[in-house]
Design a protein around this ligand. Sequence first.
Ligand code: ADP
Ligand code: FRU
Length: 310
Amino acid sequence: MHAISDPVEAVRVRSAGPVLGVGIAVLDLVNEVAVYPAEDDEVRALALRRVRGGNVTNSLAVLSRLGHGCRWVGTLGDDPAADLILADLAGHGIEVRDAVRVPGGTTPTSSILLSRAGGSRTIVHFRDLPELSADDFGRVSLDGLAWVHFEGRNPQETARMIRRVREEAPDVPISVELEKRRPGVEALLTGPQVLLASRAFARAGGFEDAGDFLEDLLVCSDARLGVVAWGAQGAAFLARGGHVQRVPAYAPTPVVDTLGAGDVFNAGVIHGLLQGLPAAEALAQAVKLAGLKCGHRGVVMGPESPPTYD
Ligand code: ADP
Ligand code: FRU
């Protein structure tokens, strides 16, 4: 990589190649309710959506909508829900040839309550499907990629996958989503240039302040850019050699659906960096994209409401 004047110069690329996303695909059963119910209540849902979800596939769907070629690798069940997932991904133009179908496997399912009162989402996630292994990932071609984005799950295996990308495709930027503080997650801090953390991840590490968290994160990692999303308060980032910068949320009126906001935000950051934007501009764009999404039902905005930033 070339001389760095901007701290995140090394992750600003202009390649036309595809983005490879590694993570989960899920069946989301989204029940829209007037207000979040109390325990042991019996309420009627106002609407039910049966859609493909999952962090990395949500991010890929947005990246595809933004014009990037996309490939997904992850595990799939062996049931009708897996067919729904494959059809949805194909409909978004996402290449799925690397997906690993588990014989007899059950598609992970999320039962979601989306409150019309404030747009908050409550997720109960069920999974009983093996995670992608590093051996599976070893069979995936890395040729011509512009970017690889990993969900930070199954840390030991994912760390091996990251090492493989670093060794075999050293010029391809890697981002990792740090959503939950899973045992061994520190193994994911070495190798990726970009770390995309959640507020829950920061808090589980004892941090109440986004800036303190990011300072600590970059000490523990060799990443060039650390980012943390902070819900309705927006996001913050720290580029190595720089100082913590905070980006206020873009607040839609009303907030109707926050499901997948973090996945849209991550897509926005990757999109901005792939466009060659400096980190501050990439983050401003990501926050706007995520905010617009919160004012809209579903993860990917349709052709009638294209993702614009102005
Ligand atoms: P997750 O979907 O993982 O819970 P967050 O809640 O942290 O993710 O949200 C990700 C990003 O989406 C935030 O950084 C912010 O930019 C945007 N966002 C989330 N909730 C709201 C909201 N209520 N209003 C405006 N923007 C929001
Ligand atoms: C939203 C989401 C849902 C999925 C759940 C998995 O971020 O990806 O689509 O059911 O999270 O944890």
